[in-house]
Design a binder for this molecule. Structure first.
Ligand SMILES: [Zn+2]
Length: 287
């Protein structure tokens, strides 16, 4: 099994949205990323980024959301173009897993007409709500005829423990992360917006654009009362979550970290395959 990170542009936002002690004028560019997981039973896409039209006219699709987020992308910075670069067309995608339904995570879903879409039931409910547009949801992104599987808890996508969906609520009602076990390369936790900025985890800071702070904290650190594990547990070596989700895994990485590293070497590593630890692959030296 192999995993590719697809670069789908960037979104510029106020840094204080994520780190309240940052100056109000300071901005942060967040990578918009998808991950393609090539499993022997099919191609799985985790998140599909923004719709290509955003590069030319964001307001037409996003409306008032453009007041809070500015896309930094060209017409080719999208999941469909990136897949083409590795020889795949939209019809080659069998499963699209939506981390959540914010417009910068499912904007290209419409292109994957032969895929089954997996999304958390609570996220779907939020996207159908009366104030969905104000909360970052755009119907044209997710409301399509493709079959949709509603997830309500942990889910082993292929039945072999290599791709496991993990609910990480807080940012919105139904975010899901994916634990990917890549054998000798280790396990990868694709956390998406459940953890937008690593500093949030390291400094225990809940971002301002959080739907439910308490649930977000539990997604970071786990909830011993409820017996749930959080992102921190997944990042700790030899923790119970590792044993459960990624047997034999030696390292866990966050998709945004990998993308940040890739950004530094973007030209030299336009499309790399994560069949080795990301730092090794990207920087060309041992991690
Ligand atoms: Zn989001």
């Amino acid at each position: 099994m192999k995993m590719h990170f697809l670069s789908c542009g960037r979104i510029r936002m106020r840094k204080s949205t994520y780190l309240p002690d940052a100056d109000r004028s300071e901005m942060i560019d967040l990578p918009v990323a998808s991950a393609l997981i090539r499993h022997s039973q099919g191609n799985v896409l985790f998140d599909s980024g923004c719709h290509p039209s955003i590069a030319e006219n964001a307001e037409a699709r996003w409306g008032a959301l453009t007041k809070f987020m500015t896309p930094i992308m060209t017409r080719d910075d999208n999941a469909v173009s990136e897949l083409k670069g590795i020889g795949l067309g939209p019809d080659d995608i069998d499963v699209v897993i939506c981390s959540h339904l914010h417009t910068d995570h499912c904007g290209c879903n419409a292109f994957f007409k032969k895929a089954t879409v997996m999304v958390h039931a609570r996220e779907l409910e939020a996207a159908r709500g009366s104030d969905a547009a104000r909360n970052g949801y755009v119907n044209a992104d997710w409301d399509h005829p493709m079959p949709m599987t509603e997830v309500t808890g942990e889910c082993d996508v292929m039945g072999d423990g290599k791709i496991t969906i993990i609910p990480l609520p807080g940012h919105t009602p139904g975010p899901i992360g994916v634990m990917v076990g890549l054998g000798r390369s280790g396990g990868f936790l694709l956390a998406s917006d459940a953890l937008s900025v690593r500093e949030n985890l390291d400094r225990d800071i809940i971002p301002r654009n959080t739907w439910n702070a308490e649930l977000c904290a539990h997604s970071f650190d786990g909830d011993s009362e409820a017996g749930s594990v959080g992102i921190q547990d997944h990042l700790r070596p030899r923790c119970r979550a590792m044993a459960k989700h990624a047997q034999g895994a030696r390292r866990l990485r966050l998709i945004r970290e990998a993308c940040e590293e890739r950004r530094c070497n973007h030209r030299a590593n336009a499309r790399y395959q994560t069949d080795a630890p990301a730092t090794q692959r990207v920087n060309g030296r041992s991690a």
